[in-house]
Design a protein around this ligand. Structure first.
Ligand code: AMP
Ligand code: GLY
Length: 420
């Protein structure tokens, strides 16, 4: 198969790395891709939201499978355009994508179909928020409705703290992502875990889990980010965790999708809080996670490309690929100002090859004259595999040191506590 990966993050680099090694992959392309995808295939200079241009080029090149990475592509209907053009696509429709692009849509969907999630209410103004928070005794999570690149959620200890956020959002600060709808949600206590379920439109099966580190600084301090590191599989959850997720979360989600006429094709990312009463959904993402993908791909064995093609065909065959029992730890190297702004870095060494068991994935970057230009933000994810968390972590951090010395800049920071 000739395979196109849409997107330009480390997630897409990890996907293209694993797809390129699949027996059924003949050639790999990325749009727009990054320094990593350029090293093993061909990058097309096409925006990940330009469905028409992607479809035209994919048809011209005889692409057999398109794997769509970013939420912005899905939310702008890229999968629909590619499918309408007759291409085989791994990724959901814009309509199904509302599970991520509108937090309010997702909450109401869960309410309609009995999916465990935190109690919530929707407000549209400071006045309605004040009424909703009157007598609220739990912690409050304040969430902007739309896609806000990780900036639209504030976890508050109480109603007063939530009101302070809302006074800003409905005042000088503006609601992140635009719009005026805001979700107020009961704060849940527990441990977070991300679970990934594959769906071919008829069946949905949770296949893997990972734990993600969202805060910028060591010890979970500093602002929320897209994710500063991860490990897979998750540790410290019940042995039957995947069965519980399948029964309590995936089953009602699938029933709901089918009842509402949604043929969900792709991966559904379940952001869960594991509470004393079991798992509750914090959020859905309609795509692979970043950096979770970077720690899952090194564990995949078999023909991953054939697996994703079977999902896209509506005939998911899970026997085509499996996950090794090994553990993978991934550490994100970012520009020091991340997530506040994104300073560019130029002239980085493109050679980030590492010994077996370790792998570096480029984030938002491009190659010019053999050197790498980084757009700022999350520049690299460095991963290590081992028989347990401690050995994977050791290998990942040794590799971080190797890479830091290799790429020729001291201007990258990372957390030192991933996997502890
Ligand atoms: P989200 O973008 O919805 O995943 O929210 C970002 C982060 O906020 C999550 O990863 C959680 O750490 C936290 N969060 C969101 N909703 C809740 C909730 N209901 N209870 C506790 N923490 C939450
Ligand atoms: N790691 C969180 C996300 O991909 O949204």
């Amino acid at each position: 198969m000739k395979i196109l990966v849409v997107g330009n993050g480390a997630r897409e680099d990890a996907l293209s790395w694993r797809l390129a090694q699949s027996p059924s992959c003949e050639a790999i392309f990325a749009a727009p891709g990054n320094a990593g995808t350029a090293s093993r295939g061909t990058n097309w200079d096409i925006s990940p939201t330009d469905g028409r241009a992607l479809a035209e080029r994919a048809l011209a090149e005889g692409i057999d499978l398109v794997v769509v990475g970013p939420e912005v592509s899905i939310a702008s209907g890229v999968c629909d355009k590619l499918k309408d053009a007759g291409l085989r696509v791994f990724g959901p429709s814009r309509s199904s994508g509302r599970l991520e692009s509108s937090k309010i849509f997702a909450k109401r969907f869960m309410e309609r179909h009995g999916v465990p999630t935190a109690r919530f209410t929707v407000v549209h103004s400071l006045e309605t928020a004040r009424k909703a928070l009157d007598g609220w005794r739990d912690g409050v999570v304040v969430k902007a409705d739309g896609l806000a690149a990780g900036k639209g959620v504030v976890v508050c200890d109480d109603a007063d703290a939530a009101m302070a956020v809302l006074r800003d959002w409905y005042g000088p600060g503006k609601v992140p992502g635009g719009g005026s709808d805001v979700l107020l949600e009961k704060r849940l206590e527990g441990r977070e875990v991300s679970v990934f379920a594959l769906s071919d439109g008829r069946a949905m099966v949770p296949i893997a889990g990972a734990c993600d580190y969202k805060r910028a600084g060591d010890g979970d301090t500093g602002p929320n980010t897209g994710g500063m590191g991860a490990f897979s599989p998750p540790i410290g959850f019940p042995d039957d965790m995947m069965d519980v997720v399948r029964e309590r979360i995936v089953a009602p989600v699938l029933r709901g999708l089918l009842a509402e006429g949604e043929t969900y094709v792709g991966v559904l990312y379940l952001g869960l809080m594991w509470t004393e009463d079991g798992p509750f959904v914090i959020e859905f993402n309609v795509r692979f996670g970043d950096p979770e993908t970077q720690v899952m791909m090194p564990r995949v064995t078999g023909d991953f490309a054939a697996l994703l093609a079977s999902v896209a065909d509506g005939a998911m065959d899970l026997s085509l690929a499996t996950l090794s029992p090994q553990t993978c730890v991934g550490v994100v190297l970012a520009t020091p100002d991340y997530p506040r702004s994104s300073k560019e870095l130029a002239g980085l060494n493109a050679d980030v090859a590492l010994p077996d068991g370790a792998q570096a994935f480029w984030g938002n970057t491009a190659v010019s004259n053999g050197r790498v230009m980084a757009g700022g933000g999350r520049v690299l994810t460095v991963t290590g595999v081992g028989d347990d968390l401690a050995s994977a972590r050791k290998r990942a951090y040794e590799s971080v040191k190797t890479i830091a010395a290799k790429i020729g800049t001291t201007e990258l920071t990372y957390r030192t506590d991933i996997g502890t």
